[in-house]
Design a protein around this ligand. Structure first.
Ligand SMILES: Cc1cc2nc3c(=O)[nH]c(=O)nc-3n(C[C@H](O)[C@H](O)[C@H](O)COP(=O)(O)OP(=O)(O)OC[C@H]3O[C@@H](n4cnc5c(N)ncnc54)[C@H](O)[C@@H]3O)c2cc1C
Length: 425
């Protein structure tokens, strides 16, 4: 529901980053602010939604509810596949564990690029400026914000009453505003993510049923962990995790230097590595290994290796000198071990937009708005969200120990690093 205002002076709101956090912030502001109350501008360095690796997002119940609150759940997830359950297997122990049941109305698997394109397509009045690389964020008069950067190597400057920084794990805002809290932790393992797309004639037996089902799986193998997420329309997302020591062994077997970068490997080597890992953790009688033949291009953005990293959530994700607040991965990058990255970002965005709209309704001018942002937006946002971040990041770290690291050859990895990483609420 829109929050009424007596004061039509437009606010200038900037959003850095057009990932899930940025796009959802814009959509929720459009939903909560009266028409014409704000000029909303998103700045993103990428050329398009596909100009970024990524395969699948789990849009979990917390994100579905946030989308529902702004009336966009079905539109945003129109191409998503409902999830019904998450099943756990330990192949090494030959054990199957209880499944976790999901409400399919509120749990969807989406293809990252499709979901981001669909969110962007729902925007009515916001402006998305792509190819805009932001390099500097500075305080302007009265808590305002000046953003500097380049578009196609040409400098640009923009001024805002408020900047919402949604610039992901390598956040420029975080590095500049909180240089002492900008450490990105290497969590000791990697995941190869693959989008495998099948068609009636070519897919191995059982592939299409699996890809069109609502059953997700986590399978712990002898040296790898496979996550499988059905995306519907004959598409399956596979993510195979393996720690650095296993990576070294596999790279060596393929005649590669240990620091050889995935993106520089020949396509046939990428496929051979994926087959080695999938063979270890496939519980479908080799069907998923055979399904790797469906991948037409191993150099595509749909196949990539992602090093597992996270950050400690910022206890104060805002600066009052310049009205800047960080949300999503910029404030709290989380490993994908509980599939919460995008969902947490979406939930942050809706909560923040609601507070911004409430603050805007009581401010006669942009100057008045700028003056109340710290107390009316940043502080209540942090009080509500920081405990959620700590809770979920701890869950993701515990899941990394249980499902991805402690997988057989324990000696390889010091899980003490993770034990120390559990945060105090
Ligand atoms: C390489 C990688 C792959 C991932 N793959 C998956 C996956 O397959 N499944 C999954 O569930 N999660 C995945 N994640 C995690 C997931 O992407 C994040 O948790 C989620 O997208 C967080 O959303 P966000 O909007 O906070 O940040 P992001 O989605 O990272 O969006 C940040 C946006 O900011 C833009 N940006 C960054 N810096 C600047 C700058 N200086 N100037 C202008 N624009 C800038 C980027 O181009 C990007 O569009 C992946 C993360 C990474 C880093």
């Amino acid at each position: 529901m829109k929050i009424a205002t007596l004061h039509p002076a437009p606010l200038n709101i900037g959003i850095l980053g057009a990932g899930p956090a940025g796009l959802m912030t814009a959509l929720a502001l459009e939903a909560y602010l009266p028409a014409g109350r704000a000029r909303i501008t998103l700045l993103d360095r990428n050329k398009s939604e596909t100009d970024y690796p990524g395969v699948e997002y789990g849009i979990q119940a917390r994100a579905c509810r946030a989308l529902e609150r702004i009336g966009q759940l079905e539109q945003a997830c129109a191409r998503g596949n409902p999830s019904r359950e998450l099943a756990f297997y330990n192949k090494r122990l030959g054990k199957r564990f209880n499944s976790v049941a999901f409400d399919p109305a509120y749990t969807r698997n989406v293809v990252r690029q499709e979901f981001l394109a669909d969110l962007a397509g729902l925007l009515q009045t916001s402006t998305v400026r792509r190819r805009h690389l932001v390099t500097r964020i500075a305080a302007a008069e009265d808590h305002g914000v000046t953003v500097e950067g380049t578009v196609d190597d040409v400098p640009f400057t923009s001024d805002f009453d408020l900047l919402v920084a949604c610039d992901g794990v390598n956040s420029t805002a975080r590095k500049q505003l909180f240089p002492n809290d900008a450490v990105i932790h290497d969590r000791g393992f990697n995941c190869i993510y693959m989008l495998v797309e099948g068609a009636d004639q070519t897919a191995p037996d059982g592939f299409l049923e699996t890809a069109n089902s609502g059953r997700n799986e986590i399978v712990i193998g002898h040296f790898s962990t496979m996550t499988m997420f059905p995306l519907g329309h004959g598409r399956l997302a596979l993510g195979i995790g393996f720690d650095h020591a296993i990576k070294d062994e596999i790279w060596k077997k393929h005649g590669l230097a240990s620091d050889a970068d995935w993106k520089d490997l020949p396509a046939a080597t990428k496929k051979s590595i994926a087959v080695t890992l999938a063979t270890d953790s496939d519980i479908h009688g080799g069907m998923l290994v055979s399904a790797l033949d469906l991948v037409p291009d191993w150099d595509s953005y749909k196949i990539y290796l992602w090093a597992m990293r996270d950050t400690d959530p910022l206890a104060q994700p805002w600066s009052a000198a310049a009205n800047v607040v960080l949300i999503g991965d910029a404030a709290h990058a989380i490993m994908p071990t509980i599939g919460m990255g995008a969902s947490l970002a979406i939930e942050d965005a809706e909560a923040l937009a609601h507070l911004i709209a409430t603050a805007a309704s009581g401010a006669a001018t942009p100057a008045e708005f700028r003056a109340v942002v710290k107390d009316a937006v940043f502080m209540p946002f942090t009080a509500a969200r920081h405990p959620v971040w700590v809770n979920l990041i701890n869950r993701a770290r515990r899941a990394a120990i249980g499902n991805f690291i402690n997988v057989g050859r324990r000696r390889r990895f010091s899980i003490g690093v993770f034990r120390r990483a559990i945060l105090t609420p």
